[in-house]
Design a protein. Structure first.
Length: 293
């Protein structure tokens, strides 16, 4: 289905697009009002990302050099509503996931399109609240991040599930693809504040990058769950980080949700900011330290 859209979010998105940004170690992009509650991120092209808010299946493509909204399209007619907490691109397919484990598959539309979709129940929702989606190390799979465990609120572990693209059965989601005790990743005094909010597989380094909005932390682990580093994000630049994407050239993009007094925004860091982890550079308002067991 490719029907033209005439709805307010598109007009607002285009009307509030940002101006040109000069290249530097980091850039910050103010998002339109319709993305105040920006959530997940996924790579759309060499210099653009897909993103969405957490209430409707409306996808925005944003140019990370100039801050401009390039296109907006929606899933369904009427637009699908839900608590959307992650987005991932795989080949010519795009995926959105809700906090209760419904996975929507579609193909990116043109600006103003309404697009067809398929929806799968991953079966993970009854076990945990989901807040993160990424392509997996295997190109035909996705990774699904648990934020909070249902019925086991005291659990101190990081669980990531795997979903086969094109699959309709739950066999792969009956148990986590990766389950790591937080003791193996960070000191005990950091564990209570850890609430994963975004996930990205960085194929160039073989690392999983997980952001936690509540305590403004980014954790880097390898495919086996071994810790590489933890990164503390400065409150002034990263008040509530909900999404992360790694661009083809290594740039790291972070999405921060807005508030009643602050718009949502994207921050773009050049490769060298994260390539030497663990390190420290207060001039970037970002600090890093080696994880300890």
């Amino acid at each position: 289905m490719r029907r033209a859209l005439l709805w307010l979010p598109i007009a607002l998105a285009l009307g509030l697009s940002g101006c040109d940004l000069k290249p530097r170690d980091r850039v910050q992009i103010t998002l339109p009002a319709t993305l105040k509650e920006v959530s997940g991120l996924a790579v759309a092209g060499p210099n653009s990302v897909f993103t969405h808010n957490d209430e409707h299946a409306i996808v925005f493509e944003v140019d990370i050099r100039r801050g401009r909204t390039l296109r907006v399209f929606a899933l369904g007619d009427p637009t699908i509503e839900g608590d959307f907490e992650g987005i991932a691109a795989a080949g010519d397919l795009l995926f959105l996931i809700t906090s209760d484990g419904l996975l929507y598959e579609t193909r990116p539309g043109r600006h103003g399109d309404r697009v067809d979709y398929r929806v799968f129940d991953t079966g993970i929702g009854p076990r945990c609240e989901i807040e993160g989606l990424s392509q997996a190390p295997e190109r035909d799979h996705l990774l699904i991040l648990c934020k909070r465990f249902r019925g086991d609120e005291g659990a101190k572990r990081l669980d990531i599930y795997r979903w086969a693209i094109g699959g309709q059965r739950r066999l792969e989601t009956e148990t986590p693809w990766l389950s790591v005790p937080l003791d193996a990743i960070m000191p005990e005094d950091q564990q209570d504040g850890f609430r994963p909010s975004g996930l990205e597989w960085d194929a160039s380094t073989g690392r999983l990058l997980i952001v936690s909005a509540r305590d403004r932390m980014m954790v880097a682990i390898d495919e086996k769950g071994e810790p590489v580093a933890t990164v503390r994000l400065a409150a002034g630049r990263h008040p509530h980080t909900e999404g992360i994407a790694v661009m083809p050239d290594g740039r790291v993009v972070l999405a921060d949700e807005g508030s009643d007094t602050r718009k949502g925004r994207l921050s773009v860091y050049e490769r060298q900011v994260f390539s030497s982890l663990p390190s420290s550079d207060s001039s970037l308002e970002i600090s890093s330290k080696k994880s300890s067991r």
